[in-house]
Write a protein that binds this ligand. Sequence first.
Ligand code: PGA
Length: 253
Amino acid sequence: MRQQIAAANWKMNLTYQQGEQLLDGILNANIQLAAHQSAVFAVPFPYLVMATQKLSGRNNYFASAQNCSDQKSGAYTGEVAAEMLKSINIRYCVLGHSERREYFFEGNQSLAKKVELCLANDITPIFCCGETLSIREVGAQEGFVETQLMESLFHFTEEDVRKVVIAYEPIWAIGTGKTASVEQAQEMHAHIRGLFAKKYNQATAQHIPILYGGSVKAANAGELFHSPDVDGGLVGGASLNATEFTSIIRALK
Ligand code: PGA
């Protein structure tokens, strides 16, 4: 079975101590993950080492960064390089979250460089894509997401692209309490998988996990994750609550 992933995106929330408590609460639930399942925690940079230490010794629990620089190293004050993440054993990095695209003007070309640097450092990019409400209202979402993938990912070799995780996050569903319907999610996930099949091949398309993000919570994770092309979720708000997030982990296929 394809890799199934419950990914927490803490964004810029929680103090260090609150973060420790939250991880303890989730780990206390002692959920044993199958070989094809992972729980990933995208925590703020200053908490990465703490999170890695807490998660070590647990099978398939990983800490993740929420971003990295599009430059290798050098005079870029305030930036964090993929190589630095690798040096503290980070294996995942969220890239191109819609908040970074909107507030920090990240574009598809810069994201292509970030993906490349992550792959060069054995870090799995969790590459976010998704449309705004106005794009969906005119029915242009499929073409919009295709351009995001084309400009950031489709120049990679088959071998490299297989190392990427996709997170489809319709922007109108993020933090709004408005979830895409199971049908809307499945339809877009199938479309995305189809794009990989067209650009690469069916085997590659079938290999790549596609997570859904946007108001995932314990109450809807089960039905969303049940869709054939939904391979888990990237979860913001509900990942800040131990009971909610443990239920979401349990909802993985
Ligand atoms: P949300 O955020 O679950 O709070 O909607 C999801 C995300 O932005 O990754």
